[in-house]
Design a protein around this ligand. Structure first.
Ligand code: TUI
Length: 312
């Protein structure tokens, strides 16, 4: 499955693992890269030293390209941006903001820069500032989301820019990948399905919650505060949405989610914690290794669109 994305990144399969906060650490990143995709470490809100350590541990486990995702709302974003340039991380993706101010430093360090965007406006701006490719993430995705679905966002961004577009949000199998290629994408980013892989270190309760999720189990909290976040429904999302309906203050709402992702990922509290996952959770029923998952995705995609000129 060679495409502009595999050639740009030096990988075998145009599948990128999402930079999921608290979830995407070095075991997972290295396993995805060793399986031929692009593994990512999520810097999330972690300090720069933690990221440096994760990068070094990833390098011990793989010789293949990998990346770091920087969450731009992090108080440590500036330091992490610097550290990944120093450590010679091959690829950086960014989320939840505009990474323009780091672009020159990263390009100088020879890194491939792939901002995650949720709008055509930011996509165009990122191309002008020198991005090598873009992840166009629709609101089917888990975590912090934009307004548009993948189906409407991807073709509009593909038409608006000349650099390769990687589709994200709502993709969980070969059918989703084939559909993304039909919309003009040259690769995909997947998060939710990688959470339930063997190598992913999240608490078993988190994996179980995804594996038993139904199509209607997804909720978006925080629309009223301007920070919409998608997670699987539980006692926390119920209370949050009730408080939001009552017009609760930002501070009161924030209190409810503070440390919630850690609670779910590390402690396994999937009742009161934040179980971030995409809408595709309902489709995810298999617990595989990263290699098994990626091989299966390639086989499924090939059966649908192999030899039809989408990725030769
Ligand atoms: O960033 C993500 N997903 C995330 S970040 C995250 S950590 C977090 N936890 C709780 C609350 C908030 C964040 C969990 N999930 N995806 C990429 C993404 N970026 N989706 C949407 C955007 C985005 C949104 C607005 C990118 C840029 C933007 O505006 C930039 C600007 O300045 O115009």
């Amino acid at each position: 499955m060679q495409t502009e994305v595999t050639r740009l990144l030096g990988i075998d399969v145009p599948v990128i693992q999402g930079g999921m906060a608290w979830v995407a650490e070095y075991h997972l990143a290295a396993a995805v890269s060793n399986a031929g995709g692009l593994g990512l470490i999520a810097a999330a809100s972690a300090p720069a030293d933690w990221v440096r350590d994760q990068v070094r541990k990833t390098k011990e486990l793989t010789d293949r390209p990998f990346g770091v995702n920087i969450m731009l709302m992090s108080p440590y974003a500036d330091e992490v941006a610097q550290v990944i340039a120093e450590e010679g991380v091959p690829v950086v993706t960014t989320g939840a903001g505009n990474p323009e101010k780091y672009m020159a430093m990263w390009k100088e360090a020879g890194m491939k820069v792939i901002p995650v965007v949720a709008s055509v406006a930011l996509a165009k701006r990122m191309e002008r500032s020198g991005a090598d490719a873009l992840v166009a993430e629709g609101c089917e995705a888990g975590g912090h989301i934009g307004e548009n679905t993948t189906m409407v966002l991807v073709p509009q961004i593909v038409d608006a820019v000349g650099i390769p577009v990687i589709a994200a949000g709502g993709i969980g199998d070969g059918r989703g990948i084939a559909a993304a290629f039909m919309l003009g994408a040259k690769g995909v980013q997947m998060g939710t399905h990688f959470v339930v892989t063997e190598e992913c270190q999240v608490h078993e309760n988190y994996k179980e919650r995804i594996l038993k999720a139904k199509d209607i189990d997804s909720r978006v909290t925080g629309r009223s505060t301007g920070h919409p976040v998608r997670a699987l429904r539980n006692a926390m999302t119920k209370e949050y949405l009730e408080l939001e309906k009552k017009g609760a203050s930002f501070e009161e709402l924030e209190q409810l989610t503070l440390g919630g992702l850690r609670k779910a990922v590390v402690e396994g509290d999937v009742t009161n914690g934040s179980v971030m996952a995409g809408q595709i959770a309902g489709l995810v029923k298999e617990h595989l290794t990263c290699k098994e998952l990626i091989d299966k995705l390639v086989k499924e995609t090939d059966a649908l669109i192999g030899g039809k000129g989408f990725y030769e």
